[in-house]
Design a protein around this ligand. Structure first.
Ligand SMILES: Cc1cc2nc3c(=O)[nH]c(=O)nc-3n(C[C@H](O)[C@H](O)[C@H](O)COP(=O)(O)OP(=O)(O)OC[C@H]3O[C@@H](n4cnc5c(N)ncnc54)[C@H](O)[C@@H]3O)c2cc1C
Length: 250
């Protein structure tokens, strides 16, 4: 049985900016396409493509963040593949609605007999707790395998084998724990990422989704620093990392 102790976050798509030749901006400094799209959108509002204040993209976007002019951040979307998170963590993640899209592994179709399980951060590091948790998860997985077998026998009369398997798996999954690993593709625009990150990096957030949020933030800060530079990651007193936002947007 595979036990997962860290999420894996992979950026799988980023914005591409196609600058209209008839409205060129006097750019200053390097920037990614996602950052340039936000600057372009912001400058369009005041037709300030000639960059009167001589700001770099990072300076311009920081000013927009300060003013809370969040709608210009809705034009740049980043797509991530998130693996190694539990079903309970993904359930919290999919509560974020505005600006989000999700495609999650289906437990109705996918055989979970060899699923991995995500150990909660709060359990990690205590040998007795880890052992007890592992035993309980193993028992749940065994119960799932047994339930699938019996349900397949019960629905033998269903001729379509794919449909029969789905009927068995969709019922048997009810005994799988919240810790079952899921894989999920998530897309969100920058405004939506920032809202989720602010909520889920906080010390009030559950440890696992907080750990996932830290992993996402690290990817986004590397990809588009000017859009996420105001987030600060710090070591939380109760363990693990947490984060806070510099420019809160209501
Ligand atoms: C620490 C913590 C504890 C939590 N505990 C619980 C819990 O016990 N039970 C539970 O059910 N949930 C819980 N949640 C989830 C929480 O209630 C939200 O569902 C989740 O954080 C998504 O927030 P949101 O709705 O602001 O985000 P999004 O859906 O991303 O929306 C972003 C913003 O868009 C606006 N918006 C979005 N949709 C609408 C709409 N339909 N109408 C008007 N405005 C809208 C709002 O301003 C909203 O803040 C918890 C979240 C956190 C961070």
């Amino acid at each position: 049985m595979e036990i997962v102790k860290q999420p894996r976050v992979t950026l799988i798509a980023r914005p591409q900016f196609l600058e209209p030749p008839h409205l060129p901006v006097q750019w200053k400094g390097d920037a990614s396409d996602g950052e340039r799209i936000a600057e372009f959108a912001g400058r369009l509002c005041y037709m300030s493509q000639h960059n009167p204040a001589g700001r770099s993209t990072a300076e311009y976007l920081q000013n927009i963040l300060k003013q809370g002019h969040g709608s210009v951040f809705e034009h740049s979307t980043y797509v991530m593949l998130i693996e190694g998170i539990s079903r309970s963590c993904s359930h919290e993640l999919v509560r974020h609605r505005a600006g989000w899209g999700f495609s999650q592994l289906s437990q109705r179709y996918v055989d979970e007999s060899h699923a991995a399980f995500v150990m909660p951060p709060a359990i990690m590091g205590d040998a007795a707790l880890e052992e007890e948790w592992t035993r309980q998860v193993q028992e749940a997985q065994a119960a799932y395998v047994a339930a699938v077998e019996r349900l397949m026998a019960r629905y033998q009369w269903v001729e379509d084998k794919v449909h029969r398997r789905k009927m068995a798996r969709e019922a048997a999954r009810s005994v799988l724990p919240n810790a079952t690993e899921v894989k999920i593709v998530v897309s969100a625009n920058v405004r939506a990422w920032r809202t989720m990150l602010e909520l889920r990096l906080g010390e009030g957030a559950e440890l696992e989704i907080r750990r996932m949020a830290v992993a996402c933030l690290r990817v986004l800060q590397q990809e588009a620093p000017a859009l996420f530079a105001d987030f600060e990651i710090y070591q939380s007193a109760e363990g693990g990392y947490a984060g806070r936002v510099g420019f809160h947007k209501v």
